[in-house]
Design a protein around this ligand. Structure first.
Ligand code: HEM
Length: 401
């Protein structure tokens, strides 16, 4: 009963978040502290809606920009001039020297902002809330996964200090990046109405600074865990057996496993791949307009012919700001997915499984835990320890009496 109450509390905490995020309407925009900028934003949104298909220039559309630019001059209507400016032409003369200097108005920005303030927050927060609710349900029905044969009282060295350092650098930097990223993302609609613009702005300046600098620690730790653990995470046919037996988590099987079982490989590879793509898009955002990657990526994907076969097209030419907008959306979406995966990992590495935390805490785990989850690895360690004349937890073997 107490567990059910805990689950309901989690759901109640998660739901208002997603409901708040769902509504980037002009009413909500008006609740923020900066009334004049909100009024301007609201007016732009309304005019864009009224403009309908004739006023809308899709992301990446530069179709007849050259024609329009050619027509500029005597007899050109304001509408034509603005269309050309919105598409971003090289003919714009400005004192500003930057890769994006030629773009004076960028219509795609409104679409980007609507996506960022609407569906991205709604689905992202729902994904995190849903994962927490799912784990709470799992905890209610399955309970803590126990060591079936009980504690042996004997330990085995599981991770060396360099491995634990790499793991905790990755974990702490990821959590800090997640929290500061959410703080910046949720500013306009969630946090400014709560804290007020002044207090929020102080926090946002700090969050942005922390986010931009802690990113380096995250990238370094990704490289560390890649080199330390990639070898142990190569998929093997044994992994199917692990999945078929529910990993010993669902059911009562004892699937064989070396240092990392299939469930851990399912954490390792997304951490690495999603972490790398979050880092790449983050670098693109950290050095604005210097590292554009989406037009090139879309061109490479288009060249495979797959989008054509599936009946859609990708924009292969993007204005500098559009590159930034794609990088921002991608960075946010993929981060939400990795956060959801990591919430599940944190659960299983702490309250979800008896004996697991010690692996990253002291570095030594109970021998019975190790035999149940990583039996083949224990056998390897026993052979190595015997050759080196050491005990399983790294100590010297006591001389025979
Ligand atoms: C902060 C709470 C966290 C706890 C309590 C925790 C706990 C653990 C434990 C106990 C292990 C070793 C499991 C074993 O003995 O085999 C582990 C491994 C690992 N952790 Fe964490 N971790 C946390 C956060 C994170 C974060 C934030 C990331 C990534 C962004 C991460 C990525 C990994 C990876 C890739 C592994 C190796 C694969 C695996 O065991 O699943 N951890 N963690």
């Amino acid at each position: 009963m107490r567990s059910l109450a805990a689950l309901l509390t989690v759901l109640m905490l998660a739901l208002p978040f997603s409901a708040l995020a769902q509504d980037p309407s002009p009413d909500r925009l008006g609740q923020t502290g900066d009334a004049s900028s909100n009024a301007a934003l609201q007016s732009i949104l309304e005019r864009q809606q009224q403009a309908g298909s004739t006023g809308e220039i899709p992301l990446g559309a530069r179709d007849n920009a050259a024609d329009i630019v050619g027509q500029l001059g005597a007899g050109t209507t304001d509408d034509q001039v603005y269309r050309a400016i919105r598409l971003g032409t090289d003919d714009v003369s400005t004192q500003v020297r930057s890769p994006a200097a030629g773009v004076l108005i960028q219509t795609g920005g409104m679409r980007w902002q609507q996506l960022r303030d609407g569906p991205i927050q709604t689905y992202g927060l729902s994904l995190l809330g849903g994962m927490v609710a799912l784990l709470a349900l799992f905890f209610v029905f399955r309970g803590r996964i126990k060591i079936r044969s009980g504690l042996s009282g004997q330990t085995i060295q599981r991770f060396a200090s360099i491995e634990r350092f790499g793991h905790w650098l990755l974990a702490s930097s990821f959590i800090i990046l997640g929290l500061t990223g959410l703080y910046v993302l949720l500013g306009r609609h969630q946090l400014i109405p709560l804290k007020g613009p002044e207090a929020y702005a102080q926090g946002a300046i700090a969050a942005k600074w922390i986010h931009n600098n802690v990113a380096w620690a995250f990238m370094l730790s990704l490289v560390m865990i890649f080199f330390m653990w990639v070898w142990h995470n190569i998929p093997s046919p044994r992994d199917w057996q692990w999945f078929r037996q529910g990993g010993g988590i669902i059911g009562n099987g004892h699937p064989h496993s070396k240092k990392f079982n299939a469930g851990q490989k399912v954490i390792f590879w997304p951490t690495l791949i999603l972490g790398a793509t979050i880092s790449a898009s983050g670098l693109s955002l950290l050095f604005p307009f210097e590292l554009p990657m989406f037009a090139k990526t879309f061109s490479a994907i288009a060249a495979t012919g797959i989008p054509g076969l599936l009946g859609f097209t990708l924009p292969t030419e993007l204005a500098p700001h559009e590159e930034m907008q794609y990088a921002n959306l991608w960075h946010t979406i993929v981060s939400f997915v990795l956060m959801a995966i990591i919430i599940a990992h944190i659960y299983i590495g702490s309250i979800g499984m008896q004996g697991a935390f010690a692996a990253m805490g002291s570095g030594k785990v109970d021998l019975n835990w190790a035999r149940e989850h990583h039996d083949l690895w224990v056998e390897e360690q026993e052979e190595k320890a015997a050759k080196r004349g050491k005990t399983l937890d790294g100590g010297a073997v006591a001389p025979a009496e």
